[in-house]
Design a protein around this ligand. Structure first.
Ligand SMILES: C[C@](O)(CO)[C@H](O)COP(=O)(O)OP(=O)(O)OC[C@H]1O[C@@H](n2ccc(N)nc2=O)[C@H](O)[C@@H]1O
Ligand SMILES: Nc1ncnc2c1ncn2[C@@H]1O[C@H](COP(=O)(O)OP(=O)(O)OP(=O)(O)O)[C@@H](O)[C@H]1O
Length: 299
């Protein structure tokens, strides 16, 4: 979106949610084959990247979770800006970037990847570089396994190490996201997964039947899992409490962890039901980050 009065370019960077996540044994480079259904939140669970004119590239971070990035030497927003400039061969370009950090950091909902994707899109437009979708997807893959999926931001089955994307037809899905205010490194979770010797029975599966509404999809998702839940629970026992609480929440159809955690989610039959549940949870658990959001369906 471009505000014509201030010429401010802003791009939303919504949370990524893994509805299921199957993981195989590590490949030679240490990364893991994945099979996952990912969907993206609406503006109620999203960061924002904004661009203003400036001669050099600078970054300011504000918003409720800005503190978690204090001292971060390699903010993915700046990494994305540099990669785009280099790829375009335009060392002369500048921009004052602002990241509004709403999403918890190191949380399993791809906040950094979403920010990188939003930066590539905002600056490609702002600097008139004119890279097409394919070029941006290739650049995104250099920044992180989740960045290509974030660039597309519609429901997708993610395979390979995260780069093989297939559009998935799904309805909008009302959920509540809960993070217990604990940071967890994705690399540590995969390391624990390997220590436990998991992943031997990995195989890519057909996606769930998604022809019905939220209730039917939640039911179909019961047959799928997040294979990282076991290693994450060992590293971050708070996930047990989050999942138990979500399972007991009125109206919750399914409770599960997203990505490498520790953020978990519950699916509801309507956005109103999700909002009511989020209200009750945020009153009871003041330290938790709780958001009701509607995962976007297919266009
Ligand atoms: C697990 C997921 O959350 C599922 O959506 C993501 O694929 C992780 O995506 P991401 O955070 O963008 O991942 P990266 O920043 O590329 O990698 C973080 C860490 O996870 C490991 N990693 C990542 C993806 C993958 N398929 N196998 C891995 O073992 C990487 O080796 C690295 O140690
Ligand atoms: N803009 C950013 N937002 C969040 N983290 C960032 C950012 N830039 C760099 N990072 C670094 O990336 C690490 C991973 O952050 P992120 O919030 O993307 O994790 P995540 O939610 O677990 O992602 P995923 O689900 O893709 O594994 C952080 O610990 C931080 O050091």
């Amino acid at each position: 979106m471009v505000d014509s009065a201030t010429s401010l370019t802003t791009v939303w960077a919504p949370a990524k949610v893994n509805l299921y996540l199957h993981v195989g044994r590590p490949l030679e480079d240490g990364r893991h084959p994945l099979d996952s259904l990912v969907m993206f939140a609406d503006a109620s669970a999203a960061d924002r990247v904004s661009v203003r004119p400036l001669k050099t590239v600078t970054l300011n971070v504000d918003g409720p979770n800005a503190k978690a990035l204090k001292g971060e030497k390699q903010n993915l927003v700046l990494q994305a800006a540099k990669l785009l400039k280099d790829a375009a061969g335009r060392s002369d370009l500048g921009a004052a970037l602002n990241l509004y950090k709403e999403l918890p950091v190191a949380a399993g909902i791809g906040g950094g990847s979403a920010d990188a994707a939003a930066t590539l899109q905002a600056l490609n437009r702002y600097w008139n570089i004119g890279f097409g979708d394919e070029a941006l997807l290739n650049l995104g893959a250099e920044l992180g396994a989740d960045v290509p999926a974030c660039l597309r931001s519609d429901p997708q089955i993610m395979r390979g190490i995260g780069e093989k994307l297939t559009p998935f037809s799904a309805c909008g899905l009302p959920i509540v996201l809960v993070n217990p205010a604990v940071k967890l490194s994705t690399a540590d979770v995969f390391r624990k997964f390997d220590e436990l010797g998991m992943g031997a029975d990995f195989k890519e599966r057909e996606g769930p039947d998604s022809t019905g509404g939220p209730e039917a999809l939640a039911k179909a998702l019961e047959e799928y899992s997040n294979d990282l839940e076991a290693p994450t629970k060992l590293l971050c026992p708070a996930v047990n409490e989050v999942l138990t609480t979500l399972e007991k929440t009125e109206g919750a159809l399914l409770a599960r962890m997203s990505g490498s955690g520790p953020t978990c989610f519950a699916v509801f039959s309507s956005f109103e039901a999700a909002k009511a549940a989020a209200y009750v949870l945020s009153k009871r658990k003041k330290k938790w980050w709780v958001r009701a959001t509607l995962l976007s369906g297919s266009q």
